[in-house]
Design a binder for this molecule. Structure first.
Ligand code: GLA
Length: 414
């Protein structure tokens, strides 16, 4: 009886709420149906830091179209920190008038006219990491402004947030974005401090799992009060997180350093391939206007992108790692698998991989590659000459160069 009464009471409350319309109801959940595969795009930070302006952003949009990246699936042109000017007397934010004289709406219109989407950056605290106005206390106003400008993606950072709790702060901005009414991808940039993977799934579409990436393959950059991490260090920090990723909600190991000069072509390949394997967002961070042929080939490799964008959205996993040679696996649609051999060492390594003897099993999704009983065709996705003629009936023999990968797509043989 008590239960029934309490049920009737709750029902009564929700009917009253509905009758009043939703004016007083906050919806703390993200826009659904976005980022069903890991987002692909470009962001200004890794290469340009605070040096952003509207001409450069327009040129990046042009370049993304002309260099084949748009055709390969890249969509977002994201302005990171430092686009901001001041708030006006009513509290509305304006872009820096010298750097963005035409305003953000005009810039969004331009990017949209190229068939691309525009992303912007703010911070849950009083100031951004670059010392520009943050959104704390202005969340609903800022969300409204972004909607009016036509913004499609918001990266929301975590500097200067004294006294705030991450989950609440990110729920506040997501409620504000919902109220503003323009569907947009929310990128939670909280560096993994408060385990956003545990509460972020309904709040945002991706969440940073670590501090910032540093432009090196295998090193740690100590900034004194904080550290930045090389590609291999970031990769290692993803352990234990794959269960939280899936369509619409991704672990974000930070943006790509491919083409930024510090990595060798092999390291660029390895970085890009591993980010595809762990279903990371593929957000390029280099100058798209002046890409080398090698960089273009890495960023637009259709077969690697297909591994990243596979519709199952399963984050891959490390099968084994001995002597610096790691084997990674990712289950793909229709029973396919991606298998990657990563050589973290400084000497080339020979592999002789006898499929039938290998156990490759995804214990979260209960998927077994079953090499002993299933035959697959093999396609080496970085080898243009490979026509995919060999199968897993025979051992796979190859050299994996130092700091490089050999990446395979296996397709069930009919
Ligand atoms: C933080 C973020 C970076 C970048 C900068 C901008 O460090 O983690 O990705 O957005 O702020 O100041």
């Amino acid at each position: 009886m008590k239960k029934l009464l309490s049920y009737l009471f709750t029902l009564g409350l929700s009917i009253t709420a509905m009758a009043q319309g939703d004016n007083y109801v906050q919806d703390y959940t993200k826009y659904q149906g976005l980022a069903l595969t890991p987002p692909m795009g470009w962001n200004s930070w890794n290469k340009f830091a605070c040096n952003v302006d509207e001409n450069m952003i327009k040129q990046m949009a042009d370049a993304m179209v002309s260099n084949g990246m748009k055709a390969a699936g890249y969509t977002y042109i994201n302005i990171d920190d430092c686009w901001h000017g001041d708030r006006d007397a009513k509290g509305f934010i304006h872009p820096d008038a010298t750097r963005f004289p035409s305003g953000m709406k005009a810039l969004a219109d331009y990017v949209h006219s190229k068939g691309l989407k525009l992303g912007i950056y703010s911070d849950a605290g009083s100031q951004t990491c670059g010392g520009r106005p943050g959104s704390r206390g202005y969340e609903f106003q800022d969300a409204l402004t972004y909607a009016e400008w036509g913004i499609d993606y918001l990266k929301y950072d975590w500097c200067n947030t004294e006294g705030l709790k991450a989950e609440g702060a990110y729920k506040t901005i997501t409620a504000a974005l919902k109220k503003a009414g323009r569907p947009l991808v929310l990128s939670i940039c909280e560096w993994g401090t408060d385990k956003p993977w545990e509460w972020g799934q309904n709040v945002g579409h991706l969440w940073r799992t670590t501090g910032d990436i540093y432009n090196c393959f295998d090193c740690i950059k100590d900034h004194g009060t904080w550290k930045a991490w090389g590609v291999m260090q970031i990769l290692d920090k993803q352990e234990g997180l794959r269960q939280y990723a899936g369509p619409g909600h991704w672990n974000d190991p930070d943006m790509l350093e491919v083409g930024n000069g510090a990595l060798t072509p092999g390291e660029d390949r390895a970085h890009f391939t591993l980010w595809a394997m762990i279903a990371a967002p593929l957000i390029a961070g280099n100058d798209l206007r002046s890409m080398s042929k090698e960089t273009t080939e890495v960023l637009t490799n259709k077969e690697v992108i297909a591994i990243s964008q596979d519709k199952l959205g399963i984050q891959g996993f490390k099968v084994s790692g001995e002597d610096g040679l790691e084997i990674w696996a990712k289950p793909l649609d229709k029973g396919d698998w991606a298998i990657v051999f990563l050589n973290r060492g400084t000497l080339s390594k020979k592999i002789n991989f006898e499929w039938a003897k290998q156990k490759v099993y995804d214990d979260i999704n209960k998927l077994d590659a079953a090499f002993a009983t299933t035959n697959y065709t093999i396609k080496n996705v970085w080898d243009k000459k490979d026509k995919g003629a060999s199968t897993t009936k025979k051992a796979f023999v190859a050299d994996v160069p130092a700091h490089d990968v050999v990446a395979l797509r296996l397709t069930k043989k009919k």
